[in-house]
Design a protein around this ligand. Structure first.
Ligand code: BES
Ligand code: MN
Ligand code: ZN
Length: 489
């Protein structure tokens, strides 16, 4: 997709469709008013005569207005004027884009600078994310993908430099989400741990990142008994990947992101029920997020250092699989009694989190489709954030709110560590059902004492909130926006 700013009069813009907006008060936006004058009041006449009420997400396509170059005007309702939220604007634009994307529209023009009371640079950061999201489809295995015509997006705006920057940020985030979705949507018969290694190697090559891949032998040397335990039941060997981006001072402590990369989670010997098991190909979405964040950071050439760590394995039942009752010794030396082989994410993460110490991190953020319990806690549109530092949790929530990639700060209730103690080992790998997202986070807390750390349980947001089996690309926006806000702070 190609994006640009333009300054022409709206009625003279050569484009296939112009998006203009109205609230429920039916007052036209400043841009729409200009167009109304040029078209002999065609827009206001339409408002008088049609059933367009300006309700949130209401869209109407007007064609061939007299005096207007563009053959289409898409009128978009923004809802009540005094109740503007970022979420609302996103909903309205999403409805508009879902219509645009099905039409033979190559060139789309937004005339929306006076869209809302929200800051212009927020709008220019958000729009490419919404455009690419609507445009995206996973076509790798479709003989007849849906047709997509859109190639160019223009903004009629007073293009100040900060708008250009905001647009570049939005485009980079959208690219990061694309990388994440393309990997996450791959089926598990293609996307096994080695495939994640190869994808990371390609990203390293195209975006000039350093990469280091540990195989089983190298992980044995480091005593990564927990990660290796999970991987031992599969024909597809586990790996630990680390990627590093150096945009900051040589000795500046890096932001470290650790992503869960279970390419398929059958549950192992504690096998999952058949219903929805196919969705467990998405159990590597944390890993996909890490690659997406690195791509965005590299494209924006951010002046920071970033390390991405991906422990990747397949959780399978077999004659060589780890069993309930097994005791694993983690890289940290802490021992873990396996109660349920389906609580495998925390096992691969704990060794990766210990490994993270060697990068002397500024902060470590892990991202994982860790528990079904977080979906029960927060429903389908929120990630859960746990942290050993309240400022970090707060900054992440704030970054997510700004870019409409929502997350909620959850408590690390230290007393609940009682719930997963073990008679035989230092701890067990799972607690009771209640508070399952919290006990999972507390398990990780036992391995992150050396640095400030946050854990994002993204199980609910790995696929689209509408239930479609399609990776969402979240929480790439939250994390990249967090880094951007750190730089502006
Ligand atoms: N990958 C799953 C969590 C998950 C569930 C992600 C649904 C996305 C959608 C994880 O490995 C798992 O199986 N967790 C168990 C933990 C339990 C055994 C303590 C769970 O949530 O049931
Ligand atoms: Mn599991
Ligand atoms: Zn899992």
């Amino acid at each position: 997709m190609h994006y640009q700013f333009g300054h022409q009069a709206l009625n003279q813009v050569e484009t296939d469709c112009i998006i203009v907006t109205s609230f429920t008060d039916k007052n036209l936006s400043i841009e729409a008013t200009t167009l109304d004058k040029a078209t002999n009041q065609a827009l206001s006449k339409h408002l008088d005569l049609s059933d367009f009420k300006g309700e949130l997400g209401q869209v109407q396509m007007l064609v061939h207005l007299p005096g207007c170059q563009s053959p289409r005007i898409l009128l978009v309702g923004l809802g009540e004027k005094d109740k503007q939220t970022r979420m609302q604007v996103c909903k309205a634009l999403k409805a508009a884009l879902n219509l645009v994307i099905t039409q033979p529209i190559k060139h789309l023009t937004f005339a929306i600078e006076s869209l809302t009371s929200l800051p212009a640079n927020w709008i220019f950061k958000q729009i490419p994310i919404l455009v690419e999201d609507a445009y995206y489809q996973f076509t790798a295995y479709k003989s007849k993908p849906k047709s997509r015509c859109l190639t160019d997006v223009s903004f009629i705006a007073t293009s100040a430099k900060n708008n250009q920057n905001a647009l570049a940020e939005g485009v980079a985030i959208a690219h990061g989400m694309h990388t994440s979705r393309e990997l996450a949507n791959q089926p598990a018969n293609v996307c096994h741990p080695k495939y994640i290694v190869e994808t990371a190697e390609q990203l390293a090559k195209s975006h000039k990142l350093a990469i280091d891949v540990l195989d089983v032998a190298a992980m044995k040397k480091l005593n990564m008994g927990a990660l290796l335990g999970v991987g031992q039941g599969s024909q597809n060997a586990p790996y630990l990947i680390s990627l590093s981006y150096k945009g900051g001072a040589k000795d500046a402590a890096p932001y470290v992101f650790v992503g869960k990369g279970i390419t398929f989670d059958s549950g192992g010997i504690s096998i999952k029920p058949a219903d929805h098991m196919e969705e467990m190909k998405y159990d590597m979405c944390g890993a996909a997020t890490v690659l997406g964040v690195l791509r965005a950071v590299a494209e924006l050439k951010l002046p920071i250092n970033v390390v991405g760590i991906i422990p990747t394995a397949e959780n399978m039942p077999s004659g060589s699989a780890y069993r309930p009752g097994d005791i694993l010794t983690s890289m940290s030396g802490q021992t873990i009694e396996v109660i349920n082989t389906d609580a495998e994410g925390r096992l691969i993460l704990c060794d990766a989190l210990t490994y993270a110490e060697r990068f002397k991190p500024k902060t470590v953020i892990d991202i994982a489709t860790l528990t079904g319990a977080i979906v029960v806690s927060l429903g389908p549109d929120y990630s859960g954030i746990f942290a050993n530092d309240d400022t970090l949790a707060h900054d992440l929530v704030k970054a997510g709110d700004d870019i409409v990639d929502r997350a909620w700060h959850m408590p690390l209730v230290q007393e609940y560590k009682e719930l997963f103690k073990s008679e035989a080992a230092d701890m067990s790998n799972c607690g009771p059902r209640w508070g399952g997202a919290i006990t999972a986070a507390l398990f990780l807390d036992n391995f992150t004492k050396a640095y400030t750390w946050a854990h994002i349980d993204m199980a609910a947001v790995m696929t689209k909130a509408d239930g479609a089996k399609d990776a969402s690309g979240r929480p790439v926006p939250l994390l990249v926006n967090y880094l951007l806000q750190q730089l502006k702070a």
